[in-house]
Design a protein around this ligand. Structure first.
Ligand SMILES: [Zn+2]
Length: 93
């Protein structure tokens, strides 16, 4: 299907890396092993949300529902990618 391919191509070209929150990489922490750390989807640097020094990432936004953190939007300190973290409910505090 030629038309479909063309449309997809256009969508990819229109993609801008530094748009607002919903254009970042999405990571569901439930699917991650270990203590909630994960590699940056772009540069591969290990990011640990538990790390309170924020040396490897910067918090851009948080979404809290019923006093529970449901979404954390961070930026990788190395490559600047926006990463949206979900799945906090599955982690025992
Ligand atoms: Zn990165």
């Amino acid at each position: 299907m030629k038309i479909k391919e063309k449309k997809l191509e256009k969508e990819i070209m229109m993609k801008k890396p530094q748009r607002k929150s919903d254009s970042g990489y999405k990571i569901d922490l439930v699917t991650m092993d270990g203590e909630g750390s994960f590699p940056c989807p772009k540069c591969g640097m290990t990011i640990s949300p538990e790390d309170e020094t924020e040396e490897n990432y910067k918090i851009l936004d948080t979404k809290v529902i019923n006093e529970e953190l449901v979404e954390l939007v961070i930026a990788c300190a190395k490559c600047g990618s926006t990463i949206i973290l979900t799945g906090f409910q599955g982690i025992d505090a």
